[in-house]
Ligand binder design. Structure first.
Ligand SMILES: NC(=O)c1ccc[n+]([C@@H]2O[C@H](COP(=O)([O-])OP(=O)(O)OC[C@H]3O[C@@H](n4cnc5c(N)ncnc54)[C@H](OP(=O)(O)O)[C@@H]3O)[C@@H](O)[C@H]2O)c1
Length: 233
């Protein structure tokens, strides 16, 4: 059983991932901005396996102190799931500059900051696991989502490159690139998408947890692309 830091844990895929990892006996440090939703999530897990970490990833200066605090409070963290991201479907020119900078901060800079904070501990112990949740848009273009698509392309380059840097020292870096997931993402609402054409977050979280627990010995999953059978892509 391990201690996992999961970002974007208050809603969507991150909430299901937190529940699933806790159900399997792991301790989850659940990070997001909405402390009310995090408290509800933590209360659900009667075994105390989910602990809330209120954190705004758009606030770059808040990230390192939050991780240092979590390490002090909970001891060594074994794994990091970079799941939080923002994005919506809008022509590029309709974005304000501050919105673009926030997207880059949350979707890619914060991922690097979290890795920077935790990797030294992983390397020191010769073990650690980073799971980056990307998108199938990491490998293709989409009009009206340029900033989001750019951030996921960046995450792809970062994940594969970091893996090559640390894999011989006991640290895994996985990139999981999903198609459409039935969540609130980008102004949608969970439950509103056709089940055959979108990944159901509960099932998908189970697959990710299986993937995490199934990487034994010297095995590593560099990248995994996952779609619902009914999604056109
Ligand atoms: N949904 C899809 O169709 C889809 C498709 C492909 C890939 N993905 C990827 O899957 C991952 C999960 O997405 P989802 O669909 O579960 O999204 P979601 O339902 O919108 O949830 C996003 C999560 O990120 C957190 N978050 C947003 N801004 C944050 C900030 N500034 N600081 C800290 N946390 C923040 C939110 O919590 P708070 O609001 O409480 O902060 C929330 O818990 C993302 O990486 C997304 O890019 C999604």
């Amino acid at each position: 059983m391990a201690i996992w830091l999961i970002t974007g844990a208050s809603r969507g895929l991150g909430r299901y991932l937190s529940r699933e990892m806790a159900r399997r006996g792991h301790t989850v440090i659940a990070a997001a901005r909405d402390s009310g939703l995090l408290a509800t999530l933590a209360n659900e897990s009667s075994n105390g396996h989910i602990v809330p970490l209120p954190l705004d990833l758009a606030d770059s200066a808040a990230i390192r102190p939050a991780i240092d605090r979590a390490l002090l409070d909970h001891g060594p963290i074994d794994g990091l799931i970079n799941n939080a991201a923002i994005g919506d479907y809008r022509p590029f020119l309709e974005h304000r500059e501050d919105e673009l900078l926030t997207l880059v901060q949350v979707n890619i800079a914060a991922v690097m900051q979290l890795c920077l904070a935790l990797l030294p501990h992983f390397l020191q112990r010769g073990a650690g696991h980073i799971v980056n949740i990307g998108s199938d848009l990491a490998r293709r273009p989409l009009a009206n989502m340029a900033p989001y698509v750019a951030s996921k392309h960046a995450l792809l380059g970062f994940s594969h490159s970091l893996l090559r840097e640390v894999k011989d020292r006991g640290v895994r870096v996985n990139l999981i690139n999903p198609g459409i997931i039935d969540t609130d993402f980008g102004g949608a609402s969970e439950g509103s998408r056709p089940a055959h054409a979108s990944l159901q977050p509960r099932e998908f979280a189970r697959l990710i947890a299986d993937l995490i627990e199934g990487q034994l010995g010297h095995l590593v999953v560099d990248e995994l692309i996952v779609h619902a059978l009914g999604q056109d892509y």
